[in-house]
Design a protein around this ligand. Structure first.
Ligand SMILES: [Zn+2]
Length: 254
């Protein structure tokens, strides 16, 4: 099982140089110059499409979303990355079933423009969990909607454990049962971080260490080991802490 770490291409490049302990680096592309620096380092990369916080929302702004996706595909080519991970975007108002279908169609239309690498679509959660999201909503967080979207796009599935924890919490479903449902979509890649569900402060709740927060690390480890697909840590950019997380997932020592 490969375990990688997430970085933005704008993070200092020392984090790449000091991360031999990780099997790959997932990059959220920012400037061309920062990507050039990464390209000179012969590491294995995956790419994350710039998300909602950068304006990604196919249903509300196809042009902007297309631009962000194209930027990610360009980065994938430059870094010879085979996997491209994409969200489904935010929606402005609480969506009804008809709106969800329309929004998913917009995502599918966009997904079909990708002609390089393997596109993976990531699960989200129903509605804003943190202050920074300003009361927005999301689509494609449950088994049924994801299954349909994966079917019409032919894309693969990225299971984000943190998003699943927020979704299960908001829907009032047991977390392990909820994840078991999503596992039936045969994820090809995992995103992993700890999450605190009792705060609305983004920096305190979101993307915590896997040893902190609401998700049981042993349950996650067991699940990803069985699946044997790449796992990307979206935990704080802290080399020593991440080393411990990788070691735990691979060998079981915290
Ligand atoms: Zn993501």
């Amino acid at each position: 099982m490969e375990v990688g770490i997430k970085l933005w291409s704008s993070n200092p490049v020392k984090y790449v140089d000091k991360s031999e302990f990780a099997d790959f680096i997932e990059v959220l592309p920012r400037s061309e110059r920062s990507l050039d620096k990464l390209a000179r380092r012969k590491r294995k990369y995956t790419i994350h499409v710039p998300h909602e916080l950068f304006g990604f929302s196919p249903i509300h702004n196809m042009r902007k979303s297309r631009k962000l996706l194209d930027q990610a595909v360009g980065a994938a080519k430059k870094l010879k990355a085979g996997l491209i991970i994409m969200h489904t975007g935010l929606v402005e108002e609480e969506p009804d079933e008809e709106f969800v279908r329309k929004a998913a169609k917009a995502v599918a239309k966009l997904a079909k423009t990708v002609s390089y690498g393997r596109l993976l679509i990531e699960n989200s959660y129903p509605k804003a969990a943190f202050d920074i999201e300003k009361g927005k909503y999301y689509i494609c967080y449950d088994y049924e909607h994801l299954r349909e979207l994966l079917e019409i796009t032919g894309a693969g599935f990225c299971l984000d454990f943190e998003h699943a924890a927020i979704a299960a919490h908001q829907l009032g479903i047991d977390y392990k049962r909820f994840v078991a449902g999503l596992m039936r979509l045969k994820p090809e890649y995992f995103q992993l971080s700890g999450v605190r569900l009792n705060t609305r402060v983004y920096s305190k709740g979101h993307h915590q260490s896997i040893f902190e927060g609401a998700i049981d690390p042993d349950f996650v480890k067991e699940t990803v080991k069985k699946a044997n697909k790449p796992v990307c840590l979206e935990t704080p950019v802290d080399i020593e802490q991440r080393k411990k997380e990788v070691e735990f997932l691979k060998n079981g020592n915290g």
